[in-house]
Design a protein around this ligand. Sequence first.
Ligand code: 4AD
Ligand code: MG
Length: 476
Amino acid sequence: MQKSVAELLLSDQFLHDFQIKGWVRTFRANRFIALNDGSTINNIQCVVDFENLDEAILKRITTGAAVSIKGTLVESQGKGQRVEINVNEIEILGDSNPEEFPIQPKKHSFEFLRENAHLRVRTNTFSAVMRLRSALSFAVHKYFTENGFYNFHAPIITGSDAEGAGEMFRVTTMHPENPPKDENGKVDYSKDFFGKETYLTVSGQLEAETYAMALGKVYTFGPTFRAENSNTTRHLAEFWMIEPEVAFMDLDGNMDLAEDFIKSVIKYVLANCKDDLEFLNERFVKEESTKPQLQRSEMSLLEKLNFVVDNNFKRVSYTEAIDILRNCKPNKKKKFQYIINEWGADLQSEHERYLVEKHYKCPVILFDYPANIKAFYMRLNDDGKTVRAMDVLFPGIGEIVGGAQREERFDVLVEKMKALDIDEKELWWYLDLRKFGTAVHSGFGLGFERLVQFTTGMGNIRDVIPFPRTPQNAEF
Ligand code: 4AD
Ligand code: MG
């Protein structure tokens, strides 16, 4: 019978006649194999009786090798584990040359591991992060399913720029050096695969709105793409976004949903990923202790997660936030890179982090932003200058959620699109929603990797997605 390391470590019976397959993490004193098969952060100790073992086999038990073991589960003779395996039979399934295998049983830098992203998941840290990523993904689907949402798959190839920021990757089958041209010498996209210009989507929102206006409550959870040249610890060119969209829900409902949703998925992993979280907590605390006092997190990872679950997010209007920022010390002493002088200024991540980490010391939801720094689809307030936008800001992360109540009034939306030079013909179907049974509706987008970053305490977003895509990097 085939067993996993997780099963054996939890077993309350001393089993025999089982087989286990995994990879050697370490082999010490020609006797103790630490075996891992990915089922848990913990290794199982396998004790080999080297006197009965062929010398040639013994040499092939090296870090990274794949092995199959038959044995007996016994109470451990040594300290550090409750049970261990007495090995009766060992078969080397796949050798791993210790001189060449990059993942040695020692501390590697995250930079080095990024260059070996195909192997880094064989380390404790990355296996813990990726198991948590998987659990969070499940928790997302669980939350929405249990709350009456339908999962909607937004298209990945699109002709419309939902955010209007123009940071899109082009999708084409035309030859880059010799595209078909029209009589004016311009590239003729009518001859391209789709007969028009197309891109990888930056957001599934506009399409999700069409489904919310029929199914009521929907969410997308898919890859999104942004060609912005941001080399930061919080930006990827390819990332996964969760976007719920709800008919008949206003901005207050949207804020309630975002807060409840985030708390729920964090609660899920706190309850279901204890071993991995404990490991990551220890890693986090150790790393923080190497930082200068002022940059150090006051809380451990587990304390941060429990804090988010147990406390209300602070809801603050943009106008209120600007007053705080204008009068705060780093602004007056010109410590910010971007000084806040007046109402209307776009907030940079240094400002968001000041509000969250220094001023309120808790997650913050900012709402009612100036219309001209937000996307065209957000609902205009009666003041004529702010829109029903909301951003959820998190400690150490900054913006984790961006959302809004949508402009449901046909005339107002058309006027806005005209002012921003957005082609009405391109978005005819989006405008149709405002013609046929229009209603108040809202939604938001949560960057999945930023959530994984927060939950695992990892400092760099490139370390929470299996194969990061960033400017100048699409290896693997
Ligand atoms: O604020 P954003 O741009 O909002 C939208 O795209 C809306 N259409 C969503 C909606 O209302 N349905 O992006 C949403 C979130 C951000 O708050 C951030 O967490 C994440 O997506 N995000 C990124 N994550 C990683 N890398 C990037 N380059 C990201 N850009 C945005
Ligand atoms: Mg945003």
